[in-house]
Each structure stands twice: as structure tokens, then as C-alpha cells.
Design a protein around this ligand. Structure first.
Ligand SMILES: C[S@@+](CC[C@H](N)C(=O)[O-])C[C@H]1O[C@@H](n2cnc3c(N)ncnc32)[C@H](O)[C@@H]1O
Length: 533
């Protein structure tokens, strides 16, 4: 599932304008809200000539990518208000396809106020939902609340504990197609025959259940008889937690587009909660309420789903994922992406040391994780797989390996300088961890890959840890360009750790080609794939 809450383009919110012709540096400059002259760029104002285009240009590539990232059964939810709802709907129809439209939900934003509104006091916003493939989605139903169940199932019998409460409904019905097999008598407790409708000749009504099913119902207390002034009537019981074949059920309704209009989902249930986590301080404006995200997760995820939010803000989505996992025993994972947008220097957040929005998000995840662990301590102790409230954090950065500057040049000195640069393969300032992450990605391994450090014959190497904590045959990496290894040390790595693949920094050979050739031979003879980077 993907949930996003992009800037609504109200004229006041920050919308970073993309320019895909420029590189990472340009992106970072913009996202830090300063231009080359160190001037603030910030908001997309209504007076800007390309007001809607700016916003749409920003959203379009992100949504295109989002579609590619969705699984076949995945759904994307997008929060939006009137400013861009109509444009967003059209754009999503184009990107996801009109046939992939799941629906538009209404969310109550405020509970009261706006008494000075002249035209309309607007109390809601929207949530657009699109599927990657409408035929493959597997959305959940909403569990009936205790209140709904009390209303629907008012009666109790001896089976309260196992079957729950129940209601009764007449067993004969007029809306069913007439059939001789459903027109038969049932014996009342005093032996009187009960026929559907007014009797054998009444072809307007039949029983809903077959003769055998009624026998089963009577044997298992699913049938009730009532003596009315007009005679005996027969009823079937419908229980809260059993269907009429005694199978266990969870009473539920389909989600509706009006499911988020209660106060619980409004902004009044968002900011105060976040402020409470930060000792009463308001560090982030307009977070979404945690219960709202939790309900969306209940609707569109399973216990092991991955949830992505690439307009993460204060990371409400991550909070809801952890909270719901604690509540229902799930192991959902989240990926939060946040632009390196700085906080306003005059804001409480900045003064408290949160220089970027992502700093607030990380601290929120930390604090929410600790609170959830304390609040659900008893429940968590019973889990087979412990609740995971940890996360890794990565920054978008340029490569740590030397790139060939491909822009043509006729200047010989420039060309020489470029060639000199190519003599070193990796950036001297990069840490081993930086190199490790990049190489793992180049190897096609995910950012969640676990590694361990191992000392072999005085060399510090990294080895991938596979599921089940085993490192047997897993890739090994040597990424220290400052300590040139000996052939004996390299051979020890191969024989002690028996990796399938050995990755070594080219700079680690420090120009010793013989050492490199010997390593190639060693790897060949032990059937180990060698990668130099
Ligand atoms: C409304 S906030 C999301 C709030 C979040 N749902 C929460 O509950 O905390 C929108 C986020 O979009 C980010 N943003 C603004 N322009 C962006 C852009 N062009 N690309 C990516 N993120 C952007 C902002 O930094 C902000 O954190």
C-alpha cells in the first residue's frame, strides 16, 4: 500500500519545483529552499503564472513512479482538498487508468468553526484511491463496532460465549423463487404443522432453508418457534460470531466512502496527539491523525504488507504501522521518504534542534516506538515474532565511486585532470559504511540487507547475513582502501568464510597488479566470483 499526503497547493505550502534537466545538486539546493544567491525559493503562490502546472509537474513523475512501485494487489491513497482534487483525479485517471479507480473517500477535517464563512463552511477533504490492478486487489471489510453489533444482535441465549448475541428472522420468505422442495411442513413444539405463508396452497412464500437444513437447525438450536395469535411461526437465529452453518465469522461491513467523517478522524485528533509526544510543543503543522491511517491500513493491508509514504512529513504513517502491528500482532513494514526540507528558523522545532522535517519524523518514530512498547508490554510479550519498532535511515547522495565526466572537452589540461581522477576508484572521504551500502545496492540487494563485520587474519571485512541468521556462502566485502592486504590474508578470507562472491575495493590493491592477478587466480580455484569496485 502507498499513502501520500502531498502539499495541497493552497498557495501557502511548500512545493519544491522539479527540474529534471538539473542534477542532484540542483535538487538539494531547491529542497534546502535556497537558490545560488542563497535566496529563499519556498512557496508556489497563486499569483505565479504556472500555479497549477507547477504542482502537476511536481506530482506527475512521482505518481508514475508510485504506480511502478505498487504490487499487483497494491492500492495507493492520496489525500487532497479542493485546490487540486479535480486535477489530481484527471491525472490519476491517466496514470493508473480510469478502470483502476477504487473511489473517493471524504474525511472530516474540522468539527466546528468557520462561522464567518460567507459562501460555504468547508469541513472536509478527500482521499483518492487507485489500484495497480483492480482485478487483483484484496481489500478488507470493516469490523462492526461493539455499538453496531449491540444494535443488530439484541438477543442472548446459552451460546453467548461461543456464538455471541443474535437476532431472529422469519424462516419463510416471499422474495424467493417458488419451489416444491421448499414448500413443506415443519412440526411446532406441540406437533402442529407450520407451512410457509398461509398453508400448502400458498405459492407466494417458501422456506429459506431445506428440510435437512431445518433438521440440523433444530438439533443445534439455530431455530426458534413462537406462538402468535395467528398460530405458530418459525424463525432462524443469526449469531454475531457464527454463520448459519456454525462456521466462525467476524461480523463486518464493506468500507464506505463516508467511513472517515467522524470526529475521530479530524485534525483535532492529530496535532494534539503529536504535541503530547513532544512535551506539548507544536513542531509540525497539519499532521494526519493516527487513527485515520490505522483504519486505512486495516482496509488495504495484510499482516506482512509494506507501506510506503513518500511525503512522510512527521511520519504519521510509520506511527500508525507500528501501532497497528502492536494491536493486531502484524509485522507490516514501512518506508518513509521525506525531502530534506529545513524547518523555519523562527519555529519552535528549529529552536529545539530539529533543523529538518525529517529530524522531527525520526524522533517521532523513536518516541512512538518506545510508547507503543510500554503501552502494549503484556500483549507484546506473547508475540512469536517480536514487534519491530526499529528503522534504518538513508540519505539520497551522489555516488562514492569515480564517474567519467562525459561532457566533451577540447582542453587537454581538463582531460588530464579527468584521467587523473579515474586513477582512484572511490571517494577518499567516503566511510566504509557508505561504500558498503552503495555496493550492496549495485549487487541488487535491498537496503534492509543485514551484514556483520568479521575479523579474518587482521582484516576487517563485511559479510551478508541471510534469513535465519546464517552467513554460509554469503557475499563478503573488503572495503578499506587504506590497508593493503597480503595475498595470505585474502586467501584466509576465502577459505575461512567460503563466500559465493568476494567484493574488494580496487583502491585496496594500491596499484599492486600482481596481488590483484593472484587474487583472481585464488578466487577461480575456490569457485568464488570476484568483484572489484
Ligand atoms: C502535508 S505534509 C505531510 C504530512 C504527513 N502526512 C504527516 O502526517 O505528518 C507534506 C510533505 O510534503 C513535503 N514536500 C513538499 N514538496 C515536496 C516535493 N516536491 N517532493 C517531495 N516532498 C515534498 C513536505 O516537506 C511535507 O513534509
Amino acid at each position: 500500500m502507498i499513502y501520500i499526503d502531498p502539499p495541497y497547493n493552497t498557495g501557502k505550502d511548500f512545493v519544491y519545483p522539479d527540474n529534471f534537466k538539473e542534477g542532484l545538486q540542483n535538487y538539494l539546493e531547491f529542497s534546502q529552499q535556497v537558490d545560488e544567491g542563497n535566496k529563499k525559493i519556498s512557496t508556489n503562490t497563486e499569483t505565479a503564472g504556472r500555479y497549477h502546472s507547477n504542482w502537476l509537474n511536481m506530482m506527475y513523475p512521482r505518481l508514475k513512479l508510485a504506480r511502478n512501485l505498487l504490487t499487483d494487489d497494491g492500492v495507493i491513497f492520496i489525500s487532497i482538498d479542493d485546490a487540486e482534487q479535480a486535477n489530481l483525479k484527471k491525472m490519476c485517471d491517466e496514470i493508473f487508468g480510469e478502470g483502476s479507480f477504487v473511489g473517493i473517500f471524504i474525511r472530516r477535517t474540522i468539527n466546528s468553526g468557520k462561522q464567518d464563512s460567507v459562501i460555504l463552511a468547508n469541513y472536509h477533504e478527500y482521499l483518492l484511491a487507485y489500484a495497480r490492478n483492480i482485478n487483483q486487489i484484496d481489500l478488507n471489510r470493516r469490523a462492526k463496532t461493539e455499538e453496531e453489533r449491540r444494535k443488530l444482535y439484541p438477543l442472548e441465549d446459552n451460546y453467548l460465549i461461543t456464538r455471541g448475541r443474535y437476532y431472529i428472522s422469519q424462516l419463510d420468505k416471499g422474495s424467493i423463487q417458488y419451489s416444491d422442495s421448499l414448500n413443506y411442513p415443519i412440526l411446532a413444539p406441540d406437533g402442529t404443522e407450520i407451512w410457509p405463508g398461509s398453508g400448502f396452497d400458498d405459492k407466494t412464500r417458501v422456506f429459506r432453508w431445506s428440510k435437512d437444513k431445518v433438521k440440523w437447525g433444530m438439533d443445534n438450536d439455530y431455530i426458534v418457534f413462537k406462538k402468535m395469535s395467528s398460530g405458530w411461526k418459525v424463525y432462524a437465529k443469526s449469531y454475531e460470531f457464527r454463520d448459519n452453518s456454525d462456521n466462525i465469522i467476524n461480523p463486518s461491513n464493506p468500507y464506505t466512502s463516508l467511513d472517515f467523517i467522524s470526529k475521530e478522524y479530524s485534525n483535532f485528533n492529530a496535532t494534539p496527539g503529536l504535541m503530547k509526544m513532544f512535551n506539548g510543543k507544536n513542531y509540525f503543522n497539519f499532521p494526519k491523525p493516527v487513527p485515520y491511517l490505522e483504519d486505512l491500513l486495516l482496509y488495504a493491508t495484510k499482516g506482512n504488507s509494506i507501506i510506503l509514504d513518500f511525503f512522510a512529513g512527521s511520519a504519521t504513517t510509520a506511527h500508525a504501522v507500528m501501532q497497528l502491528n502492536a494491536e493486531d500482532g502484524g509485522n507490516r513494514k514501512h518506508i518513509m521518504v521525506q525531502l530534506p526540507e529545513p524547518t523555519d528558523e523562527k519555529s519552535e522545532a528549529f529552536k529545539a534542534g530539529y533543523k529538518k522535517i525529517s529530524d522531527i519524523a525520526r524522533e517521532r518514530i523513536n518516541r512512538a516506538g518506545e510508547k507503543i512498547k510500554a503501552d502494549f508490554a503484556d500483549k507484546l510479550a506473547e508475540r512469536e515474532i517480536p514487534l519491530d519498532v526499529g528503522y534504518r535511515t538513508y540519505k539520497l547522495a551522489d555516488t562514492n565511486f569515480t564517474k567519467w565526466q562525459s561532457a566533451p572537452t577540447g582542453d587537454l589540461t581538463e582531460l588530464q585532470a579527468r584521467l587523473d581522477l579515474m586513477r582512484e576508484s572511490s571517494n577518499d572521504n567516503a566511510s566504509e559504511e557508505d561504500l558498503l551500502v552503495e555496493v550492496l545496492l549495485k549487487m541488487g540487494l535491498p537496503l534492509t540487507t543485514r551484514t556483520k563485520t568479521v575479523d579474518v587474519d587482521g582484516l576487517h571485512v563485511y559479510q551478508v547475513v541471510a534469513e535465519g541468521d546464517s552467513s554460509e556462502g554469503q557475499p563478503v566485502l573488503y572495503l578499506n582502501e587504506r590497508a593493503k592486504p597480503t595475498l595470505e590474508q585474502l586467501r584466509a578470507i576465502i577459505t575461512d568464510l567460503t563466500p559465493s562472491k568476494f567484493v574488494i575495493l580496487d583502491d585496496a590493491f594500491q596499484g599492486d597488479n600482481q596481488l590483484k592477478t593472484n587474487l583472481v587466480q585464488t578466487c577461480k580455484s575456490y569457485d568464488v566470483e570476484l568483484w572489484t569496485v
